[in-house]
Design a protein around this ligand. Structure first.
Ligand code: CTP
Length: 392
């Protein structure tokens, strides 16, 4: 519930602006006090009177001509959370670059409260390197994101870029404003480890880290205390404690030092490392006949062996059917194994989507449809919470 909580809803210009009227309605129904800002482009899609009727107050629309001499700082100081829905590529670009050319961007630049952005745009715009660069910048500046998701877009197109549904946004705002009080400590591993051969070369893998980071960010969004041990320099949410590592040995050591109630092992950890790493660069002239490999520590096994045993989620990115993954779930004694077939379209390392099958400790499977990695992260955390609650 959001009884008495002060929510600032910033609506920017995309067709998804019509959904923000439903969002405003849901926020009001949940008890929130809602103020609305509409950009000029948003008003091409939806009128101010709609929001006035829903929230009981006229929306704010301009830096100038309002009764307040400084509407952006007044609004920024008033609110406990800002939700930008829909957040266009243009507004995302402005905020990532500190541009404050209208009331929404100036308010965001002044806001000290958490800001949640719900992007909505065509797939081409979402995937453009400039948009992705801006998202990374905003993530590392501490902005929170919900969506976009895959689905129907403007003009009959289908793809990634659809705004999250109003109910999901309200739930995210509730989580932001009421941090998790369970005190659970969640550890997430992410990224592909790199095992050095010399100062220049390493043995690595194609893991893109997206799944692990999505889980850590989603957990943080829920107010959960989360430590992310990651073999990547990708940004994580502001409240995620990040431990950067490079090798399997470093990952094992970092995990060893953590008190854990839930371990979500999404990292692609090397199974073997070179028995020695040359101090100097190995030259072509000197040659290299062979590389001797030795096993790396099994980080997941070390967590499963703990007493008391945390709730452990393993991952298995395979190139074959689910049968091997079911065997793996039983062998590794995990509470859940998340299997995906990396050869399937939309389920590979570099994609924003994933199609997973959950396997429990008895080998029972639950196949989920193709969805964004963020949606997988969210549903996975829900499932873990349900399973832990059932066990008391
Ligand atoms: N894992 C780990 N430490 C390792 C290897 C794997 O913690 N040294 C974890 C991964 O993070 C993942 C799970 O174990 O959650 C399964 O990883 P996977 O590579 O699929 O399993 P392996 O044990 O390496 O089995 P195989 O190579 O036979 O597929």
């Amino acid at each position: 519930m959001l009884q008495g909580r002060r929510v600032l809803l910033a609506v920017t210009g995309g067709v998804a602006a019509y959904k923000s009227a439903f969002l405003a309605r849901r926020l009001v129904e949940a008890g929130a006090e809602v103020k609305v800002i509409l950009t000029e482009s948003a008003r091409e899609f939806i009128g101010p009177q709609t929001f006035a009727a829903i929230t009981g107050a006229q929306p704010h629309m301009s830096l100038f001509g309002e009764p307040s001499v400084s509407p952006h700082t007044d609004l920024a100081r008033w609110c406990e959370v800002v939700i930008v829905a829909p957040a266009t590529a243009s507004t995302i670009g402005k905020v990532a670059n500190g541009i404050s050319s209208d009331l929404v961007s100036a308010t965001l630049l002044s806001a000290g409260s958490p800001v949640l952005l719900a992007p909505a745009m065509h797939t081409e715009m979402w995937e453009h390197p400039a948009t992705q660069r801006n998202i990374k910048t905003l993530e590392s500046d501490g902005y929170l994101f919900i969506g976009p998701v895959a689905g129907a877009l403007a003009g009959g197109d289908v793809g990634m870029g659809r705004v999250s549904e109003p109910d999901e946004i309200v739930e995210a705002i509730e989580r932001i404003l009421s941090p998790d009080e369970s005190g659970l400590r969640v550890l997430v591993t992410a990224g592909g480890t790199r095992e050095p051969l010399d100062p220049v070369r390493y043995l690595g893998n194609r893991s893109s880290v997206k799944m692990g980071h999505a889980i850590a960010n989603e957990a943080a969004l829920r107010g959960i205390r989360v430590t992310l041990v990651t073999a990547s320099n990708m940004a994580a949410g502001p409240t995620v404690t990040v431990v950067a590592v490079e090798t399997a040995d470093e990952m094992a050591e970092a995990v060893f030092g953590e008190d854990i109630d839930v371990a979500i092992m999404a990292a692609a950890v090397a199974d073997f490392q070179p028995s020695k790493s040359s101090e100097g660069k190995i030259s072509r002239t000197d040659g290299l006949d062979s590389i001797e490999l030795i096993p790396t520590p099994d980080v997941l096994a070390s967590v499963v062996a703990r007493d008391p045993k945390p709730f452990v989620v393993g991952f298995a990115a395979e190139t074959g059917g689910v049968e091997r993954a079911i065997e793996k779930a039983l062998e590794k004694k995990v509470d859940l194994l998340v299997y995906n077939d990396i050869t399937e379209p939309g389920s590979g390392f570099e994609t924003d989507t994933n199609r997973v099958v959950l396997i429990d400790s008895k080998g029972t499977t639950d196949a989920w449809p193709l969805m964004s990695k963020q949606e997988v992260a969210s549903l996975l955390l829900d499932r873990i919470a349900t399973m832990m609650a059932a066990r008391g």
